[in-house]
Write a new protein. Sequence first.
Length: 371
Amino acid sequence: MVRAPVGSTSNKGSRVPGARRAILKFAEDIPLTVRPWKWLNFKMKSFRSLFLTVVTVCGFSALPALAKGTASEFASWLEDFRAEARSAGISQKTLEMALSGVKEPLPQVVDLDRKQPESVQTLEDYVTARVSEKRIANGRRMMSRYPTWLGRVEDQYEVQRRFLVALWGIESNYGENMGNVQVVQSLVTLAYDKRRGPYFRKELLNALRILDAGHISLERMKGSWAGAMGQCQFMPSSFLHYAVDADGDRRIDIWNSVPDVLASAANYLARAGWKDDQTWGRPVRLPEKFDYSLAGLDTRLPLSRWQSLGVRRINGRALPRRDLDASLIAPDGPGGPAYLVYDNFRALLAWNRSSSFAVAVGTLSDRIAED
Ligand SMILES: [Ca+2]
């Protein structure tokens, strides 16, 4: 999901050696837009449960979404937003069509927004959960189902097709799981909610711009609870910046058109600085007494230097002899997996700030391309 706050993650968090370091490190991987409240909420969780119990016992019906507002407050908020959208140039017709059916915030969206993972996944668990044998097999199937479009997109945007297919697989399981929430309704809810209101208010306005341009109907504009849309899970702002019409029907349709989805993803990566003569990185084997102060994206060293420090390919062979700079990441700490990552890894981080996400996409792309 592009620049989108992540949804809740599954909570397998196994305790491997170095897990504590991994958790601290992983915290850095949570997109900045969600990190602070996630940690704050963790601390507030017990207090909130107690509060809600007390409220319920006292006989009040207190849905989180409406805890701080009444129906009339919501109506006047919506009226204020309509005025803003009108002055931003959204047509009256679109405003009516998109907002007249919105009567109240969706409590389940606020619930999901506030839901806390019980523990944080290690990178290893994260990747294992997302790079399944089935997803690899389906990725290969997509490679052979869309050779012409993948070829065209690859040529035009200079992004290798295996990465586009991998992104597609990670984001929506090749279009199977785009989310089933009306995007306008979820964005209204999150914009009205106090927590990150200003951010989602802008995204809501962008969603109306997309509707106003006629790219998609309101009914078909579906996405995740947090507003990430279509098969590549673009937030509305990413849609406006990066999504493209590849199949030439004059509509940018990332919900139904595979060519539009692939080209939009490729355009995003190209604009993030993708280099099609390089890969994303590779898993590596570290020497026994490796100096972990060298790990992290801030340190960039030539491959030859990593080679002399004793870093090897995962199969023990020497590193490639190319003149490339790489960073070494080991998010689970000593004993966990380690990777040398190149510039394309940073392009994947522009898509989603999580290193685990970028490793999952890279690993899936490797597996899809294997013979
Ligand atoms: Ca199109």
